[in-house]
Ligand binder design. Structure first.
Ligand SMILES: C[S@@+](CC[C@H](N)C(=O)[O-])C[C@H]1O[C@@H](n2cnc3c(N)ncnc32)[C@H](O)[C@@H]1O
Length: 205
């Protein structure tokens, strides 16, 4: 960890159970994909506060680290989270982590394929977080824009993969395609922040 990260993480307060702790535990596991970094998680909570989001959709629950960050903000305004993952084992871990945090009633955790399950949802989400299979970023773009309400935010994680060494080039190809897609979409206004492995934010006009 560099000095900048170490310093800014001293400001990131914990919720219970701590998503920061889950992040550290997950980092040492070989059976799970990386969870959002504490600074990314804190930023997701910040976005919920900023736009007073009450309906949030997440693609890629894993064991619930980013979901806990969303709930840390949503618990204050009574909003709700729908989160989807196709790995049954992780889905059950997430249910347990969210239950232990007292968020069961505000979260609908769905076990299933993101494309299929998303097609069943009512539109009108305030914020959508795309963090599942990178190949799905460009593929699901149209579907997600349709589910987002005007004035809502589409947030995609890991979108600087294409310029990060050590990342499989085939994954970076998809995130690069996604960035080009959102930046050329006249319905959206987008920017990329170098937080974590890159966050692309798109505001729907
Ligand atoms: C990077 S992890 C998500 C991390 C999580 N958002 C967090 O920060 O704690 C990506 C997750 O997407 C899930 N995934 C991959 N392809 C999927 C699909 N087609 N439908 C649903 N989930 C999928 C994987 O099982 C994995 O748990």
């Amino acid at each position: 960890m560099n000095d900048k990260l170490e310093y800014l993480r001293t400001f990131i307060t914990a919720v219970n159970p701590e998503p920061g702790k889950l992040f550290s535990e997950n980092s040492g596991r070989g059976d799970i994909q990386p969870s959002v970094e504490p600074e990314t998680g804190r930023f997701l909570s910040f976005l919920v506060h900023l736009i007073s989001a009450r309906r949030v959709l997440e693609l890629g629950t894993s064991n619930g680290c980013s979901a806990l960050w969303f709930m840390d903000a949503l618990k204050e305004n009574g909003g709700s989270l729908v989160t989807i993952d196709s790995k049954e084992r992780l889905h059950h871990e997430a249910l347990l982590n969210l239950q232990n945090a007292g968020f069961s009633e505000q979260v609908t955790a769905i076990f299933g394929d993101a494309e299929e399950e998303t097609a069943k949802l009512e539109p009108g989400f305030d914020l959508i977080f795309q963090d599942c299979g990178k190949y799905l970023y460009p593929k699901m773009h149209e579907q997600l824009v349709g589910l987002l309400k005007a004035g809502g935010l589409l947030v995609a994680d890991d979108t600087l993969f294409s310029v990060e060494s050590g990342v499989r080039p085939n994954l970076g190809r998809f995130t690069d395609e996604y960035n080009r897609m959102v930046f050329s979409d006249p319905r959206l206004f987008s920017c990329i922040l170098p937080v974590g492995h890159g966050l692309t934010l798109s505001f729907k006009r």
